[in-house]
Design a protein around this ligand. Sequence first.
Ligand code: ZN
Length: 250
Amino acid sequence: MSAVSRLVFSDDLAALVRRRAAAGGVDYPVRRRASIKDVVESLGVPHTEVYSIEAHGRARDFAWLLEPGCRVLIRGAEPPVDVTRPSLLRPRPLAGIRFVVDENVARLAPLLRLVGLDAEYDRAWRDERIAGRALEAGRVVLSRDRALLKRSAVVYGRLVRSARPWDQLVEVLGLFGLLRPPGLLGRCLRCNLELARVDKSEVMDRLEPKTKKYYDQFYICPGCGRVYWRGSHCERMLARLKRAGVRVGP
Ligand SMILES: [Zn+2]
């Protein structure tokens, strides 16, 4: 039996593999007992990007030990990914979709909040803290750092492929089936806290004359006190999202 196994990656994962692939896959010399998770990650693909592993006609989990002379099919995400459903690779699902955002995709945080999604971000948090938040609070890690996503505390994550923030937003929404996100003015863009309705009379003294004249519904952040309303800037953002295929709720 050959000591080499062939690892065949789906196209989205093949683009991440850091080794010249032979046509139809990567020939991997099996020299030691190693889990498929370790092998795949040694080739540069974080486990968060892998959604199914098949060998000898059977689905395998991350702990499966790669055997020599084997052909292994490794597939990436097939959107929409539902993090609330258990799978062979991720038997413990999340209670809901919530994110923790790494510094290298920091601008994603306010964009996710803009469409009403829970996205934690703190520029002071290093990898260990982000991975800790993912584990304790059941959050999906968004990052362009493969080393962070390879951490075992990170169960759900996305190696963000797009470079521009708005493209990154659409990428993440599409992947997790969120192209109809909750809605504008759900969360504070700065703090990620849920906004509360506030009476116009309570914020009157803080509004510009035109805002006073044309708007009647206001929201306030319980953390930083910033006041929000559905002004023309909101309409412009909605139009931009719509062009990107995102239909924001009411
Ligand atoms: Zn705030």
